[in-house]
Ligand binder design. Structure first.
Ligand SMILES: [Zn+2]
Length: 505
């Protein structure tokens, strides 16, 4: 996900973890939706695996949804309901098919927006708003398959999570059914669909044959040039991380409050990005790169808990700079990493893994995005490219469809590098300090000196780059304590490249 400056509503669900021993493997969901009133009637079939001592399935479903009945292995069962919590008894054995039939007018997780007069109805599940239309375990650590059958009035077009399979209607019927299938696991917060009067679908593919579909609202078709390099973006990510996790990739233009949302195999991108002039930078492409990177980190490798959110957002932020490094060269990546390392005093010092929080939405800050990205860049500088990128590939392989915790990341990095990283993690991940860089400018001698003063030890031996800018002239140095005579007399700027530090003069 990527934030726009305008915020989004706060959630109302506590961030609790799934019941131990219970694993929802797959959701097969049929929803008949009126895209204007948001009234829906639905049936969700959940394939559940469980241990012998786990005898209840705890799900979250909005109170606005009335439950018609619950079947377990096709037998009607009594269930408990309290607020948006639903408790369903599980049978003996190790698996069950749980079918929930429900209906109501959605009050969360479904939205309507307007683009050039066209109404678009879309879902937004992050973090737990999927409960507005889907009974589920809405926590990142229980990813699952998702088959969606969305039935809408037949003149509408639909885009959704997973791979488009078919759409059909009977001649006498006024409804059309769209089928989508997600062929590998993803967290429920990445399950999504969008309904519009009309989408223009632009098809593309990577060299290896991965199908790409861009769903664009007709008035904006002219401005989707920012999506032209999508095949190259996916190819670069595959070269860095290993195979793309799903059978196809889509982008969907949506009038939403976030800049982008990494819905599984179908990144939703804000309609604002298609129409704004981006002042030399391609904002639409940048957000698409971020959400594409999430298909590996966030959707395939899932965070073990909300507190590990930086394992999704920090990775997507940093991988975006790596994609641009590969596509456009090291100077473009440098400039992006300078921006990544610029964040407010509080955000720079906040722990990457929070000790406590009330709502997952409270965790969306520059800390998880930019500090998270900077910590990954510093790990790369500390461990070297070979070890760092081998570790990323191993993470993507070993943790596919599995929850990754911050501690498991540390252990894997220690195994790959043969180095102890307790101190690194204590300072940069769990700590609340950053080093200080003291700079002094002697105008008459045109001499700049710089020196690490606070917590210098944490950067010992690390080839940190500093960008020195003066009058449009840029020089890169990679010593942390040094001096240079500059060509001009104007006060220079010293910018750390992708490493957090407080720059004082
Ligand atoms: Zn993101």
């Amino acid at each position: 996900m990527l934030l726009l400056p305008a915020g989004c509503g706060r959630g109302e669900h506590p961030p609790d973890a799934p019941t131990p021993g219970v694993d929802v493997r797959a959701y097969d969901v049929s929803i008949r939706l009126d895209p204007i009133s948001l009234y829906l009637s639905a049936r969700a079939r959940l394939t559940v695996f469980h241990t012998a001592d786990a005898n209840t399935l705890d799900l979250q479903l909005s109170e606005a949804m009335q439950i018609r009945r619950v079947l377990v292995d096709e037998e009607s069962v009594r269930f408990e309901r309290q607020g948006d919590r639903l408790r369903i008894p599980l049978p003996e054995g190790d698996s069950a098919l749980v079918t929930i039939t429900y209906f109501g007018t959605a009050t969360e997780g479904l939205h309507r927006g307007d683009v050039a007069g066209q109404i678009v109805t879309y879902s937004q599940a992050w973090p737990q708003h999927g409960a507005g239309w889907l009974p589920g375990v809405h926590h990142p650590s229980d990813p699952a398959r998702f088959d969606l059958h969305l039935i809408v009035p037949k003149d509408y077009d639909v885009a959704a999570t997973g791979v488009y399979e078919s759409d059909r209607f009977r001649p006498h019927d006024s409804w059309r059914r769209y089928d989508f299938s997600l062929d590998a696991d993803a967290p429920t917060y990445t399950f999504a669909f969008a309904v519009a009067d009309s989408f223009v679908v632009v098809e593309d593919s990577t060299d290896s044959g991965l199908a790409i579909r861009h769903y664009i609202l007709p008035d904006d078709a002219r401005s989707a040039a920012g999506l032209e390099r999508t095949p190259e973006v996916l190819e670069v990510l595959e070269a860095i991380l290993g195979p793309y996790p799903y059978a196809a990739y889509s982008t969907v233009e949506i009038p939403m409050g976030y800049a982008g949302m990494e819905n599984a195999a179908a990144s939703f991108l804000s309609a604002d990005l298609y129409t704004s002039s981006s002042g030399g930078r391609n904002a639409l492409e940048e957000v698409n790169v971020h959400e594409a990177a999430h298909q590996w980190f966030g959707n395939d490798v899932v965070p073990a808990g909300w507190e590990d959110l930086w394992l999704a957002e920090g990775f997507a932020t940093y991988l975006t700079t790596v994609v641009y490094e590969q596509m456009d060269g090291p100077e473009v990546a440098q400039e992006r990493r300078v921006r990544m390392a610029q964040l407010g005093w509080r955000d720079a010092r906040r722990r990457l893994v929070p000790e406590q929080y009330i709502d997952p939405e409270d965790l969306l800050s520059a800390t998880v995005y930019k500090k998270g990205g900077c910590v990954l860049h510093l790990l790369r500088l500390t461990l070297g490219d070979d070890v760092f990128f081998a570790a990323l590939r191993r993470l993507a392989r070993d943790y596919a469809d599995r929850p990754l915790s911050t501690e498991a990341l540390r252990i894997l990095l220690e195994e790959e590098s043969g180095r102890g990283l307790d101190g690194f993690f204590a300072y940069w991940v769990y700590g609340t300090r950053i080093p200080e860089l003291r700079i002094a400018w002697d105008r008459s001698a045109q001499r700049l000196t710089w020196r690490i003063e606070g917590d210098a030890g944490t950067l010992d031996g690390v080839p940190v780059e500093l960008l020195i800018q003066q009058d449009g002239h840029t020089e890169v140095v990679n010593v942390l304590n040094g001096e240079a005579v500059l060509p001009g007399a104007d006060e220079p700027r010293v910018l750390p490249v992708g490493v957090l530090m407080d720059v004082h003069d």
